[in-house]
Design a protein around this ligand. Sequence first.
Ligand code: GLU
Length: 303
Amino acid sequence: MTEFVTNQRCRGRFAPSPTGPLHFGSLVAALGSYLDARRRGGEWLVRMEDLDRTREVGGSAALILHTLEGFGFRWDDEVLYQSRRTDAYDAAVDELTGARLAYPCGCSRKAIGKEAETGVEGPIYPGACRKRPADAGLTHSIRVLTDERVIKVSDAIQGPVKQNLAREIGDFVIRRADGFHAYQLAVVVDDAWQGITHIVRGADLLNSTPRQCYLQQRLGLPRPGYAHLPLAVDGRGRKLSKQHRDAPVDPGRPLDALLQALAFLHQPLPPERPANLDEFWQWSIAHWSLATIPVKPRVPVNP
Ligand code: GLU
């Protein structure tokens, strides 16, 4: 898929949310993004997506970083914490509202639920506040105005993705009524600010990608290449996640977990068990290929 082949110097990233210790699904995303960046001779950064303080589990940011380090991941700059980037997100919100591309919305979830049709990611906002002047006394969220243009993304693993945002998603929130900025906005601002050229992450975010490309267009930011890895799910098809308290990876056995993640991504395995982490990294960087990764959004795993 052409969009993933660029002549720019490559920069990848891993962007965990600190909602618990590193689990297998996140390790797959960390490994995929790391190997891809290193294979291209590029840099790799870590960004802590700690925007939503209500979901944060104390100590987990440090724990995730400690585990990554113990596994031999090396990042090329200081870790970026989204909780320290509020001004940059506010500037983006102001830019969009100033250009009348975003507007305040005072509708409650309940009110929206009554009227809205259901789209790929929940209720499609019917647009009641699009033309309503903002009520200064009311707490409100900010929504970005979507339109009928079809956003097309060529994913380097999952293939072409198309979305008509107005019909399938609706005007989406970029700043919540409680003041927290939405993931969709923050990720776009930070990917551009950090100069990320290649995004490799879990396929649960495939549906979010057109929204992010739309915001990039609206904010005049470059579009990176995208590659969505299959998501590790349990026997019932449920995403393995920190919130569901799925077993975290064992920080004491990095090689086992890394080899399991490599096998999950259908990468060639070393003929013999690597003697140490250095050997593991050498082998896996040299043999990394997107071509063999399963083109499936979900793959069961027995951690
Ligand atoms: N913070 C998201 C997660 O932990 C990842 C976001 C991204 O890679 O764009 O699932």
